[in-house]
Design a protein around this ligand. Structure first.
Ligand code: SF4
Length: 63
């Protein structure tokens, strides 16, 4: 699984960071940043949850 985030859509709500702390972090600009674009299988559910929760639809998941 690959997870990317579009920083131009991110509004810094941080729901994703709370839901997926092993997958996403906030950078110094207060925007979401993926910890690793290739998501460890152990954290796949976190990545899906972050993607679903983001009100700005900033995440994209691909295989
Ligand atoms: S939930 Fe969406 S808008 Fe909010 S910080 Fe995460 S990626 Fe950005």
């Amino acid at each position: 699984m690959r997870l990317t985030v579009d920083p131009s859509r991110c509004r810094g709500h941080a729901q994703c960071v709370l839901a997926a702390p092993n997958v996403v972090m906030l950078n110094d600009d207060g925007k979401s940043q993926v910890i690793s674009e290739i998501v460890d299988a152990a954290y796949a559910d976190e990545a899906r949850t972050a993607e679903l929760l983001c009100p700005e639809e900033a995440f994209t998941i691909t295989d």
